[in-house]
Design a protein around this ligand. Structure first.
Ligand code: F6R
Length: 603
């Protein structure tokens, strides 16, 4: 269990705990604040042995990160223990009710409510049937929850259930053992066979298998699917951090992203799993992209690609805004989610809202066993492999390449792009992974980025500027810097500088510009001149052989030349490496940045 939790550390947490049914049949609980190493130490000091156990890393929502608030939560004087992902929205009312029933609360959490509720039903109504008691308890909860229950009276069983979008629940089939986890990296070292719980489903695990039911008690048949990841995909290998590994993997991940999707003879793009025929494409009037964070910025690049190539209007919305905005959506619209994890609560809610309003839905998604992959009418699987570093890197570049394929697919169905233009882009796409590989090999050889980090890593504010298709890259570069190095960085469209942000420029605010030689290059040059004139330092992502920019800027972050529409895939990579090196320089915890979780499964 500890090892499984270690593989889930990237999700972010502030305390951890486990409960083991020991050889004497007693539930032993160990909980500790802070990193898993603290819990491990506790377990070393007071070891416990058993055949069945649950564990959890908690990211505080109700109550501060203390030992008492850490999961598992116990009820009935050690009769049963519960771990939960999610939020009990009606927790106050349930807590009052349970206090009325005589329960004494020992934590501030909403999870403890679930433990006592299961206990209440176990004793009254369910007559010692743990599965029934769990089902009834979940029936009282509002809000998304994924729970696992272990009980002293049932030493051969784990009961798990999923209610709403509370993050994944994956059941792993081992050799003479069964496992359950909220994400694949915890299971991958043990098994390749995995089944997933959907909303309102439960699983009852014994050492030899699992039975599945709906939360209404109907039996379900579920087939395990085969995990395609390599077991070593969830290890850091020779790298110091997962983020570093994932940055340097991007040549490979983009090769995988393109594999099988380009038909050179016919010059066509194939996206079979999108489930969208050419005829259906022709009925579409608009595309709405919904996503959060880095995936949202990929969506902004997607708007350029689809509008330019397919001549179809695209709106890009934060999923968290879309879901509450009473959006105007109709059946002639495709709502396309972009999500690495496929479990981001706002993105799932936005998809639900779109479906409710009659739109077709699709997702560009990395975790193909996730909820987003299951609920959409069609998907484009990213093929980036597991992304563990909290700061998203290879999923961003894979999303952008997938969006390019999507745009080409739309364009070919609508007859919107001529043969020569399509060929040019396809040729550039094929060369792209190799160029990414070269860029990365060069960055790895020298100490250019480490030196930049030493030179610029002490500033407190950065401005990132880009224009056109590079504007989302300015946003993404700034996000990378702020989330892992805690430096305030703002991304801005370069043309907006004069409308306000130029007031920020002084010797203490370096500006990073994205300035490849393209149709708006001259405008970026004049932008750089203006920053320099005000005493600001300039770092420029520019073509390696751009002598003019080399002279103008204080430092160059070089990229190779590609098709203008694919430049974002190259220009973001130096910004990922820079953010990584600056975080290292400042001694920040790159893979587990403060306050952040990998998948945001609660609002
Ligand atoms: C930033 C980052 C987040 C995610 C966002 C959406 O580096 O990783 O901003 O991009 O939480 O996550 P997914 O793509 O899993 O829906």
């Amino acid at each position: 269990v500890l090892d499984g939790l270690r593989h889930l550390e990237y999700r972010g947490y502030d305390s951890a705990g486990l409960a083991v049914l020991d050889r004497a049949g007693e539930l032993q609980v160990r909980r500790e604040v802070g990193k898993l190493a603290n819990l491990s130490r506790l377990v070393d000091e007071a070891p416990v042995e058993g055949q069945i156990a649950i564990g959890h890393t908690r990211w505080a929502t109700h109550g501060p990160p203390t030992q008492f608030n850490a999961h598992p939560h116990v009820s009935g004087g050690g009769l049963l223990a519960v771990v939960q992902n999610g939020i009990v929205e009606n927790y106050h009312a349930l807590r009052e009710r349970l206090i009325g029933e005589g329960y004494v609360f020992t934590s501030d959490t909403d999870t403890e409510v679930i433990a006592h509720l299961v206990h209440l039903y176990y004793q009254n109504g369910s007559h010692g049937d743990l599965v029934d008691a769990t089902r009834r308890a979940l029936g009282d909860l509002r809000g998304p929850s994924a729970v696992v229950v272990v009980c002293r009276d049932h030493p051969d069983k784990l009961v798990a259930a999923r209610l709403g979008n509370a993050g994944g629940v994956a059941v792993g089939y081992g050799e003479g053992e069964m496992l359950i986890a909220s994400d694949i990296p915890a299971l991958a070292p043990h098994t390749r066979r995995i089944a997933y719980l959907d909303d309102r489903q439960m699983a009852v695990l014994t050492a030899n298998g699992a039975d599945y039911f709906t939360l209404d008690g109907e039996p379900l048949v579920k087939d395990a699917s085969r995990l395609e990841w390599d077991a070593d995909a969830v290890d850091r290998g020779e790298f110091h951090h997962f983020m570093q590994k994932e940055i340097f993997e991007q040549g490979r991940s983009l090769t995988d992203t393109l594999r099988g999707r380009l038909d050179f003879v016919g010059g066509q793009v194939r996206l079979d799993s999108l489930n969208l025929s050419a005829e259906q494409v022709r009925t579409l009037e608009k595309i709405t992209i919904v996503a959060c964070g880095t995936s949202y910025f990929a969506g902004l690049v997607g708007k350029f690609l689809v509008e330019r190539l397919a001549r179809l209007p695209v709106e890009v919305d934060y999923a968290s805004e879309f879901r509450y905005r009473q959006p105007i959506v109709n059946p002639q619209q495709l709502v396309l989610a972009i999500t690495q994890s496929g479990e981001t609560v706002d993105t799932l809610a936005a998809l639900e809202e779109a479906r409710r309003r009659g739109a077709r839905t699709a997702a560009i998604v990395n975790a193909t066993g996730s909820q987003a992959a299951r609920v959409c009418d069609g998907i484009i699987a990213m093929q980036a492999g597991p992304e563990i570093g909290v700061a998203s890197t290879k999923a961003f570049t894979a999303s952008v390449v997938d969006l390019c394929l999507f745009a080409l697919y739309m364009a070919q169905a609508r007859g919107a792009v001529d043969e020569t233009a399509r060929r040019e882009l396809l040729d550039a796409l094929v060369r792209l992974p190799g160029q990414v590989g070269e860029l990365l090999a060069e960055a790895r050889q020298g100490d250019h980025y480490a030196r930049l980090a030493a030179r610029f890593g002490e500033f407190s504010n950065f401005l990132y500027l880009g224009r056109g298709i590079h504007y989302p890259i300015a946003l993404e570069g700034a996000l990378k810097l702020k989330e892992i190095s805690y430096i305030h960085a703002e991304g801005y469209p370069a043309g907006e500088m004069k409308h306000g942000p130029i007031a920020l420029i002084d010797g203490q605010t370096p500006t990073l510009v994205i300035a490849p030689r393209d149709s708006i290059y001259e405008k970026m040059v004049s932008q750089v001149e203006q920053v320099r004139a005000r005493g600001g330092a300039v770092l420029a992502v520019a073509h390696a052989e751009d002598a003019q920019m080399r002279q103008l800027a204080d430092a160059i972050l070089p990229i190779p030349v590609t098709h203008e529409l694919l430049t974002p895939v190259l220009s973001v990579i130096p910004l990922q490496i820079l953010a990584y090196e600056v975080a290292l320089h400042r001694g920040a915890d790159v893979d587990q940045p403060r306050n952040l979780a990998k998948s945001v499964t609660v609002e």
